[in-house]
Design a protein around this ligand. Sequence first.
Ligand code: PMP
Length: 405
Amino acid sequence: MYDIAKIRLDFPALDREVNGRPLVYLDNTATSQTPRCVVDAVTAGYYHTKANVHRGVHTLSVEATELLEATRRSVKDFINAPSAEEIIFTRGTTEALNLVASSFGGMVLGEGDELILTEMEHHSNIVPWQLLQQRKGFIIKVVPVTSDGSLDLDALRRLISPRTRLISVCHASNVLGTVNPIAEITALAHSHGIPVVVDGAQAVPHLTIDVQALGADFYAFSAHKMYGPTGVGVLYGRRDLLEKMPPYQGGGEMIESVSWAKTTFAALPYKFEAGTPDFVGIAAFARAIDYMRSLGIENIAAHEHELLYYTTARMMEIPGMRIFGTAPGKCAIISFLVGHIHHYDMGMLLDQLGVAVRTGHHCAQPLMHALGVEGVVRASFAAYNTIDECDRFLAALHRVIPMLE
Ligand code: PMP
């Protein structure tokens, strides 16, 4: 039984008012709210087990280290990685993708080589590659998106050449909601000997992830989008690749020995974890994973899809409504515009009515360009949203549209 009333009690934020009205939080793609169990774990970490990890022999440090390593094992199980050493903690998806671009990309991409990205990527899966491109001079090719927001797989097939060294693609689009067929893409890429990096930021909150079944060589995601703490993310990487890669950042923890003559690096995963990690946040992240498991990821997805279909059908009845992204099996994200109403004005007025949606380019300016718009309004759903909230969002839309037309 998916007890939505009980679930909502776990999220104090959902109880608050905005502009004198009960909050309807539909900005879950940007970040989801945090349940008490995760906040309690952060509090407990600061109150009782705040000692730096990995360095200490004293009890607090041993406990803090064990909490961090327990999360690593938990993440490994959650995404079905072969081993915990292939789980690297980062600050988020952005840092994870920068790590892969800088370290792995720096190794495999040279002058005249080709990297394939897609038109629906978030800036965090574009700009790190462009920074590397400035140093290495390779070519970036881009897979277009079809009219329903799916990836054009025929175009991808045509873009692959003997110079293609790497493909980096999102699992789910933060604008269109499209869920890309990663297993199909990795099978195609691997048949040409090309590794695949997957930006999983928008997939992990909604789908059961099995990195082995997906065939992902790298998989990046952020805790804060999956009911977890801010400042924590994960890079999964295949051991044989991680072992060949140079460190990303230098500092404490990532070394085996340091001398002026020669410095050697620690084994996986520590080679990629320089400095003090957000060990309190990482420990609390395990509670977010437990929380998602307790609800059941399939149950969360089924619930969100009900909200998605219900809301989409009613939005389509509104004259002038344009919804961007209608691919089958999409995640519960609705990006839209109505007539000539500016996305920003729409977002401001909805906020006056207590409805939180996001407006703008959503860190996907190349996609906005392809869609021929400057920005869109985006409503996105999570495990705790209700049909009643969808109705309040729809009623707010009906109220603000005549004011802006
Ligand atoms: N990729 C996608 C698809 C995203 O939606 C986001 C967050 N909006 C990111 C990457 C970046 O995640 P973070 O800001 O947590 O690093």
